[in-house]
Each structure stands twice: as C-alpha cells, then as structure tokens.
Design a protein around this ligand. Structure first.
Ligand code: MD3
Ligand code: FE
Length: 287
C-alpha cells in the first residue's frame, strides 16, 4: 500500500482520490482543529483541555453536560421541588403533594387534643397478634380490632366513651382533597389515626370493613417519611413503591379503592413536628 494511502487510512480524515499533499493538508487541518478545540476549551472554561489533559477534560465535559441538561430542564425540577402538583398515580388514585401543609399547625393541635382523650393503643388482631402500629380514632365511627374481628364502633372500647368528634380542620381537609381528586360530596364519618415509629410496618391488606366501596379513602401523611406499597386487586403480583412525606395527601377511590396496600418498615428519622414518629390519618365513609 502506498505510504500516503496508509497514512490517510490511519488518521481516517483525508478523502480518497485526493492523495496529493495529503500529509500537508492533514497537518493544516489538525492545526485548525487544535485551534478550535483550544477556543472551545477557553469558552467552556475547561482548563485541563487547554493544558492537554484529555482525561480530566472528559470528566469536566461530563459535568458541563449534566449542568446543561439541568439548566435546560429547570422548569421540570422547579415544578417537582416546590409547587405541589396533583398527579394521578393510578386510575382512581390521586397524589396531592404537600396538600395538608398549609393546615399543619391546626392539624397537630387537633391531633394532640384527640390523643389526650383517646390515647394511641396497640390493638390485637383476630389471630391474637398485637399490631406494631398504634391506633386511635375520631369521628362518629372508629375502626377497631380484637379477638372477635375487625369492625367499626361508635365507642372507644378502652374508655366506653364515644370517639372524639372529628375536628373541623380534619373534615375540611378531607373533603377538599376528595373534591380536588374528583370525588365531590365526600362526607367522612370515620378517621383512623395510625402511629408508626422506625421499624414499624403495615403488611399488605385491603380495606374492606366499610359499607360502601364507592366512597374514596383520603390518607394524610405526617411526620417522618414512609414508603407506601401499592399492589393490585390480588395479594400476589407487582407492587408499586411510593415515597410519602409530611403533608402529602392521597385520595384512593374508584378502581383503586380495593387495591392491596401497605407500609414498608419505617427507616429511622426525626421530624421537627413529630419527632421520630409518623402519623397517618385515613378518612372514610364507613357507615
Ligand atoms: C390504597 N394505612 O389504615 S394509608 C389503613 O399509612 C392503612 O397508615 C396506611 O392502610 C397508613 O388501612 C396506608 C394509604 C391507603 C389507605 C387506604 C387505601 C392506601 C390505600 C385503600 C385502597 C388502596
Ligand atoms: Fe389500609
């Protein structure tokens, strides 16, 4: 193979059929490219490339690429980070990010009044196991569990008194969230209050103790974060994982109403308002 051809193949730039002065032409081009690269390095502030360190330059370029993509998609991050967005996570299930936050103080005040007269307790399952989630209720009906089963009761079995009234702020929160999600006219008569600490979990289950499944369930997450497990209509099969944080509200209705769900074991964390606890409110029309 003639020398000028093998050279052209090796550097892979020179058009075939114009072998004359190939080497010279190439040197000229290489110089031109070097100049352009130095200029780009100058514009992009890639010092290492000006210094000839290609590996460091490649790393720097990657970082620039990441920054560029972030800058170009900033409007997306901005929406996700700060402004609460309503999002249908599955047919019938609507995630209202941080929806409860504006009412945080009133909710926490109401919560402490409820737990003063109906303290959290660990109920026993029909199978005889004590639940790791501590529970209490407010509203006309409260969910209870004991050896004879799960059911709703107007009275707290621990005191014999009716459950505390549902506070106005709870009712307003639940009904506005429901109508935001497309369930106008939701009138909850029960609010189950679950308390978790790190390590606590809630196994996959369906909520079937209510009279009429056409009403949605509204859940409000408070305190340290958790991961919801969201399955299908059968216990087996794929489950979706859904991180939830303080103030998040999710409305579960329509085709989502009878889906299996649970809570992954909580990770240790501290929340400024609730310490090392997570509290979840679920609003239902039970009776
Ligand atoms: C999905 N509580 O009390 S609320 C429960 O965080 C319960 O304390 C959990 O499951 C908690 O029964 C999860 C989220 C939730 C509530 C009801 C649902 C998800 C649901 C009903 C149908 C599908
Ligand atoms: Fe449930």
């Amino acid at each position: 193979m003639p020398r000028h051809v093998s050279h052209a193949l090796r550097i892979g730039r020179m058009p075939m059929g114009r072998p004359q002065n190939g080497r010279q032409k190439n040197q000229g081009k290489q110089q031109e490219y070097s100049k352009r690269i130095r200029h780009l390095a100058y514009l992009l502030k890639i010092k290492s490339l000006r210094g000839g360190n290609l590996v460091a330059a490649a790393v720097q370029l990657r970082l620039i690429r990441v920054k560029l993509i972030k800058a170009m998609t900033f409007h997306l991050f901005e929406q996700n980070d700060s402004s609460p967005q309503n999002e249908e996570i599955a047919p019938g299930a609507v995630f209202l990010h941080r929806f409860a936050l504006p009412h945080e103080a009133a909710i926490l005040q109401a919560l402490s009044e409820i737990t003063a007269s109906a303290p959290f307790r660990h109920m026993v399952t029909p199978g005889g196991h004590q639940m790791s989630v501590a529970m209490t209720n407010c509203g006309l009906l409260g969910w209870i569990s004991d050896k004879s089963g799960y059911r709703y009761s107007p009275a707290d079995p621990q005191t014999g008194k009716n459950w505390p009234r549902m506070p106005e702020v709870f009712l307003r929160l639940a009904t506005t969230a429901a109508s935001e999600a497309g369930f106008a006219g939701f009138a909850p008569d029960a609010c189950l209050i679950n308390r978790y600490h790190p390590g606590t979990k809630l196994s996959l289950h369906q909520d079937k103790d209510e009279r009429d499944f056409s009403h949605p369930i509204v859940s409000v997450s408070l305190g340290i974060p958790a991961v919801f497990l969201f399955g299908g209509l059968k216990r087996t099969g794929k489950t979706q994982r859904l991180p939830v944080q303080h103030g998040d509200v999710i409305v579960w209705g329509g085709p989502a109403r009878l889906r299996f769900h649970g809570i992954m074991p909580l990770k240790p964390a501290i929340h400024p308002a609730l310490g090392s606890f997570r509290v979840n409110l679920t609003f239902r029309k039970a009776g």
